[in-house]
Design a protein around this ligand. Structure first.
Ligand code: GTP
Length: 322
């Protein structure tokens, strides 16, 4: 007895695609799922070349796959992670996704008709849910990674990540013998500012200041929040003279324009310490931080709102005022 009564309705109802081709890659069968999603009708497509019916198939790849299934008489599989789709079909999800096509898992099976002629049956499973889920997961992981790197208030890099980058850049500069400089700066009399305008006023100054500073830097510089009101900038491929120029520009950008907070106009300034990498060895980045910190200390001591560079061997630090 024929099994058509059984297989017919199942193939009609199946929510996966079933496609069969003969040895010449001519279409023998398409189930309802595929006809509905591709708008190709079996009655019109039967006997035609698969690659003419579906013009945008990856022909060379699919021919190789089919040939190996026919020759080895064993199944082959392609997942959406390797190749997002084999047949370009629109997906019907009401979700936003970067792709409008159905992600597919494809299994290719050897199939012989009753007279022994060889065919290939391709089963196409809709994997769009998994694809969309993975995309969401990736976006979430990227956001998480980003939030692990930045300081929540100012969006400057946080201290841990910034120090990691400093260490890497110091190693790079040493290996390729390129100059590298470090700026450390600190808001002047910030405690007083907080006392006068409240913590929110202080926060507002920190946010505005970091935005101004960021606008003055190159993409290759690393700007991080080193402590409460202390920040660090790694200037790659920059010698001391260039770093001093950047520091002066930043110092001026802060002091030349007040920050508006509620009805207040808050005037602020920073002191900046600058040092160029000269130490060798594994702890060179720590030495560099120490040197920039000493220069910053001197900028504070000399009256604030200024840039001071560290110079090795000098007892008195070179002072530069705005
Ligand atoms: N609003 C605000 N204040 C902060 C934050 N982090 C640290 N501070 C404050 O910054 C102030 C730093 O004070 P000090 O270290 O005495 O330094 P200063 O008053 O700036 O004095 P000088 O550095 O010598 O000019 C403290 O009052 C901290 O509470 C922050 O995220 N937001």
């Amino acid at each position: 007895m024929s099994d058509d009564w059984l297989t017919g309705p199942i193939l009609e109802q199946l929510s996966s695609g079933v496609l069969v081709v003969d040895e010449e890659f001519q279409l023998v069968y398409l189930n309802t799922f595929l006809q509905r999603h591709s708008s190709v009708q079996l009655t019109e497509a039967k006997g035609k070349s698969l690659f003419k019916v579906f013009a945008d198939l990856p022909e060379a790849w699919l021919r190789r796959k089919f040939a190996s299934v026919l020759e080895l008489q064993s199944p082959s599989f392609s997942s959406w992670e390797q190749r997002q789709y084999v047949i370009k079909l629109p997906h019907l999800r009401p979700v936003t996704s970067s792709s409008q096509y159905m992600a597919q898992n494809c299994t290719m099976l050897p199939l012989n008709d009753p007279s022994g002629r060889r065919h290939v049956c391709m089963l196409i499973e809709d994997a769009t849910d998994a694809f969309v889920y993975q995309q969401h997961l990736q976006t979430t992981l990227q956001k998480l990674e980003q939030s692990n790197r930045v300081d929540g208030l100012t969006q400057a890099l946080n201290r841990r990540y910034w120090e990691e980058q400093l260490k890497l850049e110091v190693q790079r500069a040493q290996r390729y013998q390129q100059p590298l400089s470090l700026l450390l700066f600190d808001l002047d009399k910030f405690k007083q500012l907080n006392d006068q305008y409240g913590h929110l006023g202080g926060d507002c100054v920190l946010i505005e200041l970091t935005a101004r500073v960021r606008g003055l830097l190159r993409d290759t510089d690393w700007f991080g929040r080193y402590g409460g009101e202390e920040f660090g900038i790694v200037l790659t491929n920059t010698a001391l003279a260039g770093a001093m120029e950047v520091a002066e520009r930043i110092c001026l950008a802060v002091s030349s324009k007040a920050v508006t907070f509620n009805e207040h106009s808050i005037q602020s300034s920073i002191s900046v310490g600058v040092a160029q990498l000269d130490a060798a060895g594994e702890r060179a980045h720590e030495v560099l931080i120490g040197q920039a910190d000493m220069a910053l200390y001197n900028a504070k001591r000399e009256g604030r709102n200024r840039v001071v560079s560290y110079s090795a061997g000098e007892t008195e630090f070179q002072l530069k005022t705005n």
